[in-house]
Write a protein of this length. Sequence first.
Length: 127
Amino acid sequence: MAERPEHSVDILPVGLTVMVPDGETIMFTALASGWKWPNVCGGQATCGVCLLEVQAGMENASPIGRDEAVRLDFMRKADNPALRLACQLRVSGPMRILKRGARPLEGATEQTSGGAVGEAGGFSGAR
Ligand code: FES
């Protein structure tokens, strides 16, 4: 069985990259890699605290699903396509995103559950 490809997601302002397995969410990959990712609902698309801004690579973001659309609309963020929920956005290619408060916790592993962390700067997708 072929190994699932991973995509580099550069995360600002912390300036690090998380390698996200194809089809996985940024937030869950980061959490599995030992990151702190602001959230309250644990990924149920009900708190909106995980909100991020896609700065590059939007073509590699999954379409907005019903639960995410409802939350973005409630937060009055639905009119800005760059704003997405990190717990719902699934990755299919390289991206660069902005999420204040997202950072590796002390002792975070370099690679867990398919996710890897490194210095940002490797974004090579369309801008
Ligand atoms: S973690 Fe609560 S909406 Fe994403």
